[in-house]
Design a protein around this ligand. Structure first.
Ligand SMILES: C[S@@+](CC[C@H](N)C(=O)[O-])C[C@H]1O[C@@H](n2cnc3c(N)ncnc32)[C@H](O)[C@@H]1O
Length: 259
């Protein structure tokens, strides 16, 4: 298989914010609301957010906690953790630290005040680490009895990648990203939880502005400047014909309840 290089730091704060903005503007349903309702934040909970990014979920957790319980959040990007800290000033039940989730056990032990959780979750982040099972083990072992482990990840098909494939540029190396749920998470949850629930959610993005198609594409891990012109022509054609450039961007969410 050829070696593919990435032209984008997909985990950088600006890439993340661009993707979140385009998603929020064009998704066929309220993705944010859907994830929040499945995370099920409630007052008094102790919560662990792994790969928190700029804190889109941690901020909602803080609102639901209303000063009770705690949230311990971590991310590789110090910039993103800085955004979360700025946006949550005054909440003393939040610990937010920059670090690598591959070292999650040490971070919990040495940097978080709270070490056992009612809910441990990772939204669109677990995939990026190198030790998936190691991180899942740490999250699972950190649950209180009856606590929940929730992981949310992209699910196949990724419509934009399919469009780029049709333009003659397949990226077979990335198929494992959108099969991470069924191939990696599901066997893990089956092995370690008596009860696990999988939610599959179709999400259709209908982007009506060519520049937003390109903005979204430029913030993905498969952005390639050599392909951008072709994608721009395709998006322009579809927007002229249909009023939008549409593609699926589906979601896989799995939840296990600790004994
Ligand atoms: C797609 S973003 C999701 C962020 C956030 N959970 C959200 O839903 O907005 C992926 C996040 O994973 C973080 N990340 C990537 N590798 C990581 C690692 N090894 N340890 C901790 N965080 C990591 C990135 O910095 C980025 O903020």
């Amino acid at each position: 298989m050829p070696v593919y290089s990435s032209h984008v730091n997909v985990t950088a704060t600006d890439s993340l914010e661009n993707r979140l903005e385009v998603n929020a503007k064009y998704a066929s349903f309220d993705f944010h609301e859907w994830v929040i309702s499945r995370l099920g934040f409630q007052a008094g909970m102790d919560i662990l957010d792994v790969g928190c990014g700029t804190g889109i979920h941690a901020i909602e957790a803080l609102k639901a906690l209303r000063g009770t319980g705690s949230i311990s959040a971590m991310d590789l990007s110090g910039d993103s953790v800085g955004v979360l800290k700025n946006n949550s000033a005054g909440h003393d039940n939040l610990d937010a630290v920059a670090g690598d989730m591959n070292n999650l056990a040490t971070i919990i032990e040495q940097q978080f005040r709270v070490k056992r959780y009612d809910l441990a979750y990772s939204v669109y982040a677990l995939w990026y680490c190198t030790d998936h099972f190691g991180v899942l083990d740490v999250m699972r072992h950190a649950l209180k009895p009856g606590g929940r482990l929730v992981v949310c990840t992209p699910n196949a098909p990724n419509g934009l990648r399919e469009a780029i494939r049709r333009l003659g540029h397949p990226r077979p190396d990335l198929d494992q990203v959108t099969s991470f749920g069924p191939n990696v998470l599901e066997p893990y949850f089956r092995a370690y939880f008596d009860e696990a629930v999988i939610h599959l959610r179709r999400n259709l993005l209908r982007i009506t502005v060519v520049d937003d198609v390109l903005r979204f594409y430029k913030s993905t891990g498969y952005y390639d400047p050599a392909i951008a012109k072709q994608l721009e022509s395709l998006a322009r054609l579809e927007i002229d014909m249909n009023g939008y450039f549409g593609f699926e961007k589906n979601i896989y969410l799995i939840e296990g309840i600790a004994r």
